[in-house]
Ligand binder design. Structure first.
Ligand code: DLL
Length: 426
């Protein structure tokens, strides 16, 4: 779609959305009244900046159905994301919402040529989490066969992957890595007997290094898929075959990048916080949702021919950012460094603490079996370059602990990479 047609479509959808929200939702009416904005003030997508933001706190305050603008009889599905604290974030869907959601996922999987004849092994968790059913419905929309294994039960997953001939895998990148590891350790299955050719990985930040690792180990082409519960789930956007940024389906989810401190839009192409408005959502639409995800938008045309705007890889969430000795550190930076060193496995765990008023930064890593030794002298040739690279790239001196392969906990869903013990201290 041309930029002109896209802007026109977005404008029409925004005008309709704002009118509905104002009429049907006490929450939006109150917020808009507080800002002195009326639905008539919104005539064009550019007017979006006049509207109030919605935050995770708003969603918690309105728990469970405060933002819903249709009667319960029109709701056909409810999902929720488990927050680390307090009540979960809820999303509800009409039949059209479920269809549009599947469309978003299908657009991503279509970039990997998924269709009839494919078997899509969905190893995202099925349940309240949107990953499982979201990927499932997207695969169904393309006429592919869905294999709803859900997450976990790794031995069985890899057996079915081989026996049934799964051609596509959808799961978190950390679980894909766990599956790859299990396949290579197994004497019952072999990657050479598998038909896997594509993977759709998301729900957590991952890096180019991780892509390389997964592609090599699983003999696949790996695609990034992005989404969040508040905007339906996975399939807000995804990579195309160029693997040069994530296209956002901006006919359905209008993206903005703001400066999280001033809340003003950043200059085009600059990094900031991603904000979404769900232009088509019927049951629980959200206006200007502050995702906390940090990235930038790329408006230059993509070589693939799709005109939908792209976003850069998510650097991390502003709430995942660690401030260690005054330096901002994203766990994904550690992954980037680690995957540059072939002797190390791409698993890591960060522990931050405060001892005698000073921050400590401990980093657990695993050496591959062929390089591992308990002897510190033998570890040093591996440890030193890793240490130097982290100091130069991240700007902080880590206390590195080299562990044997398998020592760091593996994850079936979103990986947990950090323990910040300072959070438990006064
Ligand atoms: O994680 C939805 C999803 C499921 C996306 C399966 C992709 C695949 P939530 O649990 O609400 O929803 O978490 C949303 O996860 O705001 C990002 O911080 C992060 N996230 C999701 N996809 C990516 C990605 C699902 N591809 C939050 N890269 C988002 C980086 C991602 N971060």
């Amino acid at each position: 779609m041309s930029r002109e047609d896209m802007t026109k479509l977005q404008s029409e959808r925004l005008v309709k959305l704002v009118k509905t929200c104002y009429e049907k939702s006490d929450f939006y009416r109150r917020k808009m009244d507080e800002m002195g904005v009326k639905p008539e003030d919104i005539k064009d997508i550019k007017d979006i900046v006049k509207l109030p933001f919605t935050t995770k706190t708003d969603l918690r305050d309105e728990y469970p159905f405060g933002l819903q603008v249709v009667p319960q009889s029109e709701v056909v599905r409810i999902h929720a994301s488990s927050g680390t604290t307090g009540k979960p974030v809820v999303d509800t869907y009409t039949k059209n919402d479920v269809d549009n959601w599947a469309e978003g996922v299908a657009r991503v999987m279509a970039a990997g040529n998924v269709g009839p004849g494919d078997i899509v092994q969905v190893s995202y968790g099925y349940g309240l989490f949107t990953g499982g059913l979201g990927a499932h419905d997207g695969a169904a929309k393309l006429g592919a066969c869905q294999l709803p294994t859900s997450a976990g039960n790794t031995e069985k997953q890899i057996m079915l992957m081989q026996d049934f001939g799964s051609t596509a895998l959808a799961c978190t990148p950390s679980y894909a890595l766990r599956l790859a590891e299990a396949i290579h350790q197994s004497d019952k299955v072999s990657i050479d007997n598998m038909k896997l050719r594509v993977g759709f990985f998301g729900a957590e930040p991952w890096t180019e290094g991780m892509r390389k690792e997964l592609q090599e180990k699983l003999h696949i082409e790996a695609f990034d898929i992005y989404g969040l519960t508040e905007m339906s789930g996975p399939g807000v956007g995804g990579e195309c075959e160029m693997h040069d940024g994530t296209h956002l389906w901006e006919d359905m989810f209008y993206p903005e990048i703001i400066n999280p401190d001033t809340l003003e839009p950043v200059a085009p192409g600059e990094f900031g916080e991603l904000v979404f408005t769900s232009l088509c959502k019927e049951a629980m639409p959200i206006i200007r949702y502050r995702t906390r995800d940090l990235t930038r938008l790329i408006y230059e045309p993509c070589k693939c021919g799709r005109t939908a705007v792209r976003m850069d890889r998510i650097l991390g969430r502003s709430d995942d950012m660690l401030i260690i000795r005054g330096v901002n550190v994203f766990p994904s930076q550690i992954e980037t460094v680690l995957t540059e060193f072939p002797a190390f496995q791409p698993y890591y765990f960060i522990t931050v603490d405060r001892v005698s008023n000073e921050d400590t930064f401990d980093l657990d890593v695993e050496l591959r079996l062929e390089f591992f030794s308990n002897d510190p002298a033998k570890q040093m040739p591996f440890m030193k370059p890793l240490y130097d690279r982290i100091v130069s790239l991240v700007g902080i001196r880590p206390n590195i602990h080299i562990l044997p392969p398998g020592a760091i906990a593996r994850s079936e869903g979103k990986a947990k990479h950090v323990l910040d013990k300072r959070n438990f201290k006064n």
